[in-house]
Design a binder for this molecule. Structure first.
Ligand SMILES: Cc1ncc(C[n+]2csc(CCOP(=O)(O)OP(=O)(O)O)c2C)c(N)n1
Ligand SMILES: [Mg+2]
Length: 467
């Protein structure tokens, strides 16, 4: 072969070592120059490696090509394993746990949706039809992997151990809420479970995840010390960052910058796209003309797989494999596009029948669903039946309602938390805002009834007394 260099080689370089680590690592941004001899069949253009010469003038015409990227699945619609040699890669006990979590999520969704309609909650978002994506993928990760979610991934929280009480406290913004009532309902977060707090601003989590994965790459290699204390057994584990987002969020510039920097820096990040066909009222046909989001992964040089989101075993296997790939050779990003249909309305503020036919939704509901598919598999194996189903559903309903009523009774957070956690010490400017607010609250006690808030109307005094 006449090449002087067959691929970009990475040089080894010693990086600054802020902690006790002193390992020599690859610095991905240090690339050797590339060149080739005059009669080479391939020219190693710095911008397109390994491209062969051709004398056929042919445009790439995706609009004319017949095949789309295929969709990986383990189970067919009837809950039967397609490839007996790989099987479901899940024990019966594990499958039952996953099933219980999916059912719990769907029951919580139904009850919370109704609670919003009754005026007891201000807002809610359901995951209907997408339970297999969040629960299946979370089950394939290590508890120490760092997760960034959008908002339709409550199943990730549930699978990681977020309790019903924690869900309800956040939804009611009561004084036990991790976020002290500062966020919209459904914007959960958990430091203990390594899940970053959800942000309403679409796609911002994607570059955050790429950045976190870069930090993890350095930590995995021992170049920098770990930030935050590891929980038991985590010290030896290499970690990945995992980022969930919808296909609509993938239209934001943040998506593109994040995938590009993740690829150029080769960071251990699993990007999990939930492609449910809609971004509120915008169908995918108005959102893009390419082959879904998977095609974009290939465009950024990222290992990519498209998966049937109604098949929890397929999602689980795909994410397990993605995790392995993401940690190989010091790290690399991986994209998994999970296909599903958004069966529910976008949120409680949306009526989707204003922009899609009821029959379209009914068709999808009848055709496929991650919960029924897994149930069919369990029944096929003789580990599930109608009686177990009834017991699970009635028990879960009671548990959700109990947690709901408990959280509803609790007081709201102290009003001072509207100001705390911004600066370590209250600033003079903040003090002026606090005293203005205190004055308003005193003058209009009927309009601002603080009975239900911890500390009542005196909540702000503590801040004002602080010097
Ligand atoms: C930057 C920004 N633009 C617009 C919105 C309004 N918005 C909230 S959700 C959403 C649709 C997102 O769709 P997708 O990413 O496909 O997720 P899905 O709701 O389908 O799960 C939009 C446009 C927002 N929150 N942030
Ligand atoms: Mg969507």
């Amino acid at each position: 072969m006449p090449f002087r260099c067959s691929a970009r080689r990475l040089q080894l370089q010693r990086l600054p070592t802020p902690c006790n680590a002193s390992r020599t690592v690859r610095a991905p941004w240090q690339c050797r120059g590339v060149a080739s001899t005059a009669n080479a069949e391939k020219v190693l253009f710095p911008g397109a490696l390994n491209s062969e010469f051709t004398n056929t003038l042919e445009f790439l015409r995706p609009s004319k090509s017949k095949g789309a990227i295929s969709t990986y699945r383990c189970l067919n619609q009837y809950g039967e394993v397609i490839d007996k040699s790989t099987g479901a890669d899940t024990t019966d006990e594990e499958a039952i746990e996953l099933y219980k979590n999916m059912v719990q999520l769907s029951i919580m969704d139904l009850l919370m949706f109704e609670a919003q309609r009754q005026g007891r909650l201000s807002f809610y978002m359901v995951s209907a039809g997408e339970e297999g994506i969040s629960i299946g993928s979370a089950s394939a990760l290590h508890p120490s992997d760092v997760i960034f979610t959008q908002y339709r991934e409550s199943g990730v929280y549930l699978q990681r151990g977020f309790t019903l009480a924690q869900f309800m406290n956040q939804l009611f913004a009561n004084s036990s809420d991790n976020g002290l009532g500062r966020n919209m309902p459904v914007h959960y977060g958990s430091k203990e479970l390594n899940i970053h707090t959800i942000s309403s601003t679409l796609a911002t989590q994607i570059p955050h995840a790429a950045g976190a994965a870069y930090a993890l790459k350095l930590q995995n290699a021992g170049i920098v010390g770990r930030i935050g204390a590891p929980t038991a057994g985590e010290e030896t584990t290499e970690r990945v960052a995992v980022c969930f987002f919808g296909e609509g969020a993938a239209s934001e510039g943040d998506f593109h910058s994040a995938l590009n920097i993740a690829a150029t820096r080769q960071v251990p990040c699993i990007f999990i796209c939930r492609n449910n066909g809609y971004a509120i009222s915008t169908p995918t046909s108005d959102q893009y003309r390419g082959d879904g989001i998977a095609a974009r992964g290939a465009g950024y040089g990222i290992d990519t797989l498209r998966v049937d989101g109604n098949d929890i075993f397929a999602v689980r296997r795909a994410v397990k494999e993605a995790r392995k790939l993401a940690l190989e050779d010091g790290g690399r990003p991986v994209l998994v596009e999970c296909m599903a249909y958004r069966v529910g309305h976008h949120s409680t503020s949306d009526d989707s029948f204003a922009y899609r036919q009821r029959v379209e939704v009914e068709d999808w509901k009848r055709r496929d669903n991650p919960i029924t598919r897994l149930r069919k598999w369990m029944e096929g194996r003789g580990v599930w039946d109608e009686e177990k189903e009834k017991k699970l559903r009635s028990g879960t309903r009671k548990e959700v309602l109990r947690a709901f009523e408990e959280a509803e009774k609790q007081k709201k957070p102290n009003i001072k938390h509207a100001f705390t956690d911004v600066w370590e010490e209250i600033t003079e400017e903040q003090r002026a805002h606090v005293s203005e607010m205190a004055d308003i609250l005193k003058r209009y006690p009927k309009e601002y009834d603080l009975e239900g808030y911890e500390g009542g109307a005196q909540g702000l005094d503590e801040l004002l007394q602080k010097r």
